[in-house]
Ligand binder design. Structure first.
Ligand code: HEM
Length: 411
């Protein structure tokens, strides 16, 4: 970082950001990137301050990023009473009794998606399993047809690219907008049907919900469905892949988790701390603010570097070590807004799906671990992560002892 040519946008950083993070925190904790005219904050205390000081740092940059593809107002760009009320509606859709039903959908989808790979003894946990599984479960929960998962995933790819790209060519921009339009077209008849014949799915809940005594419009419902689709799938499938990678790389801890599945919760929390799938959270500075002696001007875009904050030695001892037993993890509150790690954000906009994500990943891992005996990387497999904004394994080819009887009873 003493090197003035260092850039967070470099190929070197994209290939593996983690070796650069200590240098950033120590020497350039408020790192300015001229190409994107933005400040990147890497210290835990600065990131937490930005995420929890809602007066000084707004989600306006997210609005600019999301609005053209989200087809209406999403939680991230709302404030005040509207945000509180609509957030509550979504939270209710993913906790309590609803969550218990959703765990059954998680089990059924996981068993179905993994089944064809069991007799082969080989699976790409990211592309064969994690992605199709996470899309199908989310479609199930929303009350959409899970058989449409490939098509929905392709459209979502375009929507996600629009929101998370640092630079977008005009052609890609057109493609992303086209994906958003098609996804909206796909949802419109479903929303109309649920208004006439409500079921017990999330789209029906959103259609029946009121804000300020007024029923939510189709545009409101569409935007919240987009919100859930975009927010729920990608980080969940990435976390699952990362959890397996870290456990395989730490065979002692893998053996402990196999023996005592109650440790899974800590293993997932430590995965989220060590390698958070959402690496950057943008905010806009409302007024001039000073961090570690550097002044960030009013109106500036600030990126919170979650991966760097989660490895800050001021908060976590031996932060570059994966340790499911670390005493400073605070597992009990790791899936709540008060978590010590910042993988779910912090403050008013922290993740509404944290409890669901925990149940989802815990259920899947508890189902997969006993099935994948002797799990190891496939011969010749080379591990590679991608993504600056959201980050996870490009693939995870695993070999295990083939299973010849079915998995009936697990689903
Ligand atoms: C391991 C999985 C997940 C991770 C790491 C994660 C991470 C995050 C983060 C970092 C934020 C804060 C963004 C900000 O402050 O601007 C967020 C917000 C959000 N997440 Fe998650 N998420 C996960 C799973 C889910 C799931 C499963 C759902 C849906 C059920 C979900 C729905 C949302 C929504 C709707 C928001 C916006 C909340 C608001 O602005 O009030 N997420 N998530």
């Amino acid at each position: 970082m003493a090197d003035p040519r260092f850039s967070i946008l470099s190929e070197d950083f994209a290939a593996d950001p983690y070796p650069h993070l200590a240098g950033l925190r120590e020497q350039s904790p408020v790192h300015y990137e001229p190409a994107v005219d933005s400040y990147f904050l890497s210290r835990h205390q600065d990131v937490k301050r930005v995420l929890t000081d809602h007066e000084a740092f707004t989600t306006e940059t997210l609005q600019v990023r999301a609005e053209p593809v989200m087809r209406g107002p999403v939680l991230a760009q709302m404030t005040g009473a509207e945000h509180t009320a609509k957030r509550k509606i979504v939270v209710r859709g993913f906790t309590g009794e609803a969550l218990r039903d959703q765990v059954r959908a998680v089990e059924a989808n996981a068993a179905e998606v993994v089944a064809p790979y069991l007799p082969r003894g080989r699976i790409d946990l990211v592309n064969d399993f994690g992605k199709p599984f996470a899309v199908r479960v989310t479609l199930d929960v929303l009350g959409l047809d899970k058989e449409d998962w490939r098509q929905v995933m392709a459209w979502l790819g375009g929507v996600g690219e629009f929101i998370t790209s640092i630079v977008l060519t005009p052609e890609r921009r057109r493609h992303c907008l086209d994906c958003a339009e098609r996804l909206e077209g796909y949802l419109a008849p479903v929303i109309a049907r649920r208004r006439r014949h409500p079921g017990d799915d999330l789209i029906s809940t959103l259609c029946a919900a009121e804000f300020d005594g007024i029923a939510m419009s189709d545009r409101d419902v569409t935007a919240l469905v987009f919100n859930v689709l975009v927010a729920a799938i990608e980080p969940a499938d990435k976390t699952l892949g990362l959890l397996f990678k870290h456990l395989i790389d730490h065979p002692g801890q893998l053996a402990q988790v196999r023996q005592d599945p109650a440790l899974l919760s800590a293993a997932i929390a430590e995965t989220l701390r060590y390698t958070p799938p959402v690496q950057l959270i943008p905010r806009q500075a409302e007024k001039e603010t000073e961090f570690a002696g550097t002044v960030v001007p009013a109106g500036a875009t600030v990126f919170c570097m979650i991966g760097a904050a989660n490895r800050d030695p001021d908060v976590f001892s031996a932060p570059d070590t994966f340790d499911i037993h670390r005493p400073d993890l605070g597992t009990a509150r790791s899936f709540a807004a008060a978590a010590q790690h910042l993988a779910f954000g912090a403050g008013l906009h922290s993740c509404v799906g944290a409890a669901f994500a925990r149940a989802e990943i815990e259920t899947v891992a508890a189902l997969l671990l006993p099935l994948l005996e002797q799990v190891r990387y496939s011969p010749g497999f080379v591990y590679r992560e991608t993504g600056l904004y959201t980050r996870g394994p490009a693939s995870l080819s695993l070999d295990f002892t083939p299973v010849h009887e079915g998995v009936a009873g697990h689903g």
